[in-house]
Design a protein around this ligand. Structure first.
Ligand SMILES: Cc1cc2nc3c(=O)[nH]c(=O)nc-3n(C[C@H](O)[C@H](O)[C@H](O)COP(=O)(O)OP(=O)(O)OC[C@H]3O[C@@H](n4cnc5c(N)ncnc54)[C@H](O)[C@@H]3O)c2cc1C
Length: 551
């Protein structure tokens, strides 16, 4: 790497003069603040910087360029399951942008919000509520403390109408590795408003290189928000037996195809994944080093009336269009689902309706379900919630007391996200599910599978490889399982849409013209590898450093 000790010392002196001592961390403080993660990675972070303005970012980048010290920008650094705030390679100074947390502009007629990197889901929700603005936060399972912009930089997604978060980003500005600014071409031509209203600009589409690519530090971005619908209705359905999966896939495809814009993404979750949300892990009934035996899964799921697969989706529309959509969803689910329930957010008796839906045997446990379903309704209704984040604590970690926000990295959880794309074809889904189950079971890791429809063509599946970091043998099995999932999936054509810091090299080292071009662009824009070396770009041609990180 380029950051010789002398370079770092000189740069630190200039950064302290620029930001003051309190906004510069030395190596010890940086390790405490930014080193924790839930994937078992270790990185040497020589320092950290906390700028408050775009101009400070420009200046600190110029210092880094002068002294050849690589930087790693994070918005809120809650990239849990992928490495949290840790850089891809050793020796990068973390640039924490969470203090830049202004909602810069809101166009209430067009539903466009321009935010700095530190604006979180929770922060935007408060802003919308305070200002009385009828728009949905593009929420996801990471919870209220995650940055909108940071999530979009990883091309993350949720299940609200604007599920694809980079898709909802219309324009951005970034500080380039020499400290100069990047803006879209429409803005440079005087079309500031159309630049915010229209995603693709004019000329080469360059905003894209800043997501999953270390070409600059994004200091601002505009997002199109979905309006609060007149009517929101959440639906759940149960696919009783494993053989029903293929037909459920066809039903999801039908719903996505027939009701675009009315039905958001639909989730299909297997029984173990559902159990992870509604029941504690039955450690005392699982032999050491193994997973829940099939009979145990069957009896726990049976007792809770959980089928082989559970579907979850939402209808957004007017009362009339929602009623028509409900009919179409029910029709698609005929013969597929043994039970389904449609719940509107406006129903005051919502919780009691859920309770009514639950079978008699479940009533004592209904509170847990109601909490889960209410959390799902909250997320689907564009309000940030911690409900999905609790998953990270199922096999390890300590849930914090009281109102302390959840933080899987700080709380000692172990989670590696495997998130491959799977075509929305029944036989491909069956092959995929079979492969994941076999691989996980072989490694003594619970196969927790979700399939989220990104369109009527493609699912993204998310499999949290959960483990207890305090159990070294389990942690080893989890890492081996993660690698085997990647390789096994790749052999079948299922490739993740996103990579963690320890697995980035599996992608960028795989060869091919796309990575070669990414590296050439990197070399041209950032010849000294100042911004996020190794992030989705092969490291050996762009700034040095070890492939896939310094562990
Ligand atoms: C239980 C659980 C559920 C989750 N559910 C979801 C989910 O539903 N959907 C989902 O997408 N994720 C999910 N996550 C993963 C993750 O927590 C989120 O994606 C989270 O939003 C990422 O962290 P962040 O927002 O703080 O982004 P950051 O960590 O700040 O950013 C992510 C990366 O983007 C780059 N970056 C960030 N900001 C900038 C910038 N300003 N300029 C240049 N590059 C930048 C950096 O490389 C950084 O490492 C989940 C995690 C857990 C544990």
């Amino acid at each position: 790497m380029t950051n010789q000790v002398g370079g770092l010392t000189g740069a630190l002196a200039e950064w302290r003069a620029l930001l003051g001592d309190r906004r510069v961390s030395d190596e010890v403080d940086a390790a405490v603040r930014y080193g924790a993660n839930a994937i078992g990675a270790t990185r040497r972070i020589p320092a950290a910087l906390r700028p408050g303005t775009r101009e400070e970012v420009q200046e600190l980048v110029r210092v880094a360029a002068r002294w050849r010290v690589p930087l790693y920008p994070v918005s809120t650094g809650r990239n849990w399951g992928y490495g949290a705030a840790n850089p891809v390679v050793d020796g990068c100074v973390v640039v924490d942008l969470s203090g830049m947390d202004r909602v810069v502009e809101f166009d209430r007629e067009l539903g466009l919000v321009t935010v700095e990197p530190g604006v979180t889901q929770g922060g935007l929700a408060e802003f919308l509520e305070r200002e009385g603005l009828p728009f949905l936060v593009p929420v996801h399972g990471g919870g209220p403390g995650c940055s909108l912009l940071g999530n979009a930089m990883e091309r993350g997604y949720g299940i609200t109408p604007h599920a694809d978060h980079f898709g909802a980003l219309t324009t951005l500005e970034a500080v380039l590795p020499d400290g100069s600014m990047y803006h879209g071409a429409l803005a440079s031509l005087g079309g500031g408003l159309v630049d915010r209203a229209f995603k693709w600009g004019v000329g080469p589409y360059l905003d894209g290189i800043f997501s999953q690519g270390g070409y600059g530090i994004v200091t601002r971005a505009t997002f199109a928000l979905a309006p609060v619908p007149e009517h929101l209705e959440v639906f759940f359905f149960t696919v009783p037996a494993e053989e029903g999966l293929e037909r459920a896939v066809l039903a999801v495809r039908e719903v996505q195809r027939r009701l675009p814009g009315l039905v958001g993404s639909t989730n299909l979750m297997n029984a173990r994944r559902m159990l992870s949300m509604v029941a504690p892990y039955p450690s005392d009934r699982v032999p050491a080093g193994q997973t829940m035996p099939r009979e145990l899964v069957a009896s726990l799921a049976g007792g809770l009336q959980i089928g082989a697969w559970t579907g979850l989706g939402a209808i957004y529309g007017t009362r009339r269009t929602a009623a028509a959509a409900r009919g179409a969803v029910k029709e698609a689910l005929r013969g597929v689902a043994s039970r389904s329930v449609f719940l509107s957010s406006t129903e005051a008796s919502w919780a009691s309706r859920v309770a009514g839906w639950l079978p008699e045997a479940l009533r004592p446990r209904e509170a847990r379900y109601v909490g889960l379903l209410q959390g799902a309704l909250q997320i689907l209704g564009g309000r940030p919630s911690n409900v999905a984040l609790r998953l990270a604590y199922w096999r390890g970690g300590r849930l914090p007391e009281g109102n302390t926000p959840l933080d899987p990295a700080r709380d000692g959880c172990g989670i590696l996200w495997y998130a491959p794309l799977v075509p929305l074809l029944p036989d491909r889904v069956r092959t995929y599910v079979g492969g994941v189950e076999a691989t996980c079971l072989e490694h003594g890791i619970e196969p927790l599978i979700t399939l989220t429809s990104l369109s009527d063509r493609c699912f993204d599946s998310t499999v949290p490889v959960l483990y207890d970091p305090a159990d070294a043998a389990m942690a080893d099995r989890a890492r081996a399982c993660y690698r085997a999932l990647f390789e096994g999936g790749r052999a079948e054509g299922f490739v993740p849409y996103r990579a963690g810091i320890d697995s980035m090299g599996w992608y960028t080292g795989s060869g091919g013209p796309s990575w070669a071009l990414a590296a050439r662009i990197k070399r041209a824009v950032d010849p000294h590898g100042i911004i996020a070396p190794g992030r989705y770009v092969p490291t050996e041609v762009a700034g040095g450093g070890g492939e896939g990180g310094g562990t």
